[in-house]
Design a protein around this ligand. Sequence first.
Ligand code: ADP
Ligand code: MG
Length: 233
Amino acid sequence: MDNPEVIIDLKSVSFGYDGNQSQRPVLHALNFRVRRGDRVGLIGPNGSGKTTLFHLLMGLLQPTQGEIVVFGKKRQHEKDFREVREKIGLLFQDSDDQLFCPTVAEDVAFGPLNLGKSQEEALEITRQLLRSLALEEFENRLTYKLSGGEKRLISLATVLAMKPEVLVLDEPTTGLDEDTVERLIQILTSSNLTYVIASHNRDFLSKTTDIFYHLGGGKVERRPNISAIRQVC
Ligand SMILES: Nc1ncnc2c1ncn2[C@@H]1O[C@H](COP(=O)(O)OP(=O)(O)O)[C@@H](O)[C@H]1O
Ligand SMILES: [Mg+2]
């Protein structure tokens, strides 16, 4: 496609946690665009606002100024973000924000059930997905007893279970061993999903993404390649 559809368009978005514009906002008149098929890496130091940007995109925070346009529609109110959350899967930076059911199977089935699938359909989706991620032995495990890396993978499974069109992954490799990072690279690069990944892991980003943005001073700037982003992360 010559001009792929813009699916995420943040227009001059500003945000500060105190809501007080006399303080320097976390994000300041930020513009950020993602087209269908883009594989975007977002790099920025701790505290630069990567997580904040993702939460604004999903409607978990409201901008103090600017517009959030997703799938061609301006999103402002809670009801506007329902479609966004169905089609864009956010992997939270903290897995404990993602997993809230007693067992892995219940957590993975939660999204499909919420989308109106029957118990049987949700269980089938859950089993298929856990199998495809080589996580089938986790089905009946208690979520709170999993290691950090295991929680990361199960969190990813809960996101994929919704069959999103777009993935937004907030530091997905945290706590993952090398083999599991390799598996995640395989999953991402063999998918035809549009995705945005915030990560400090440059090797992972260089293997999974080809459009790079630096977040700093409240703005994102596109860089031609990952080595053009110099900072200690
Ligand atoms: N809930 C919150 N209340 C107040 N300040 C916050 C909150 N969450 C994050 N911040 C602040 O906003 C800034 C951006 O945070 P964050 O988006 O988490 O950055 P990053 O994900 O890039 O590390 C930081 O200065 C952080 O301390
Ligand atoms: Mg963060």
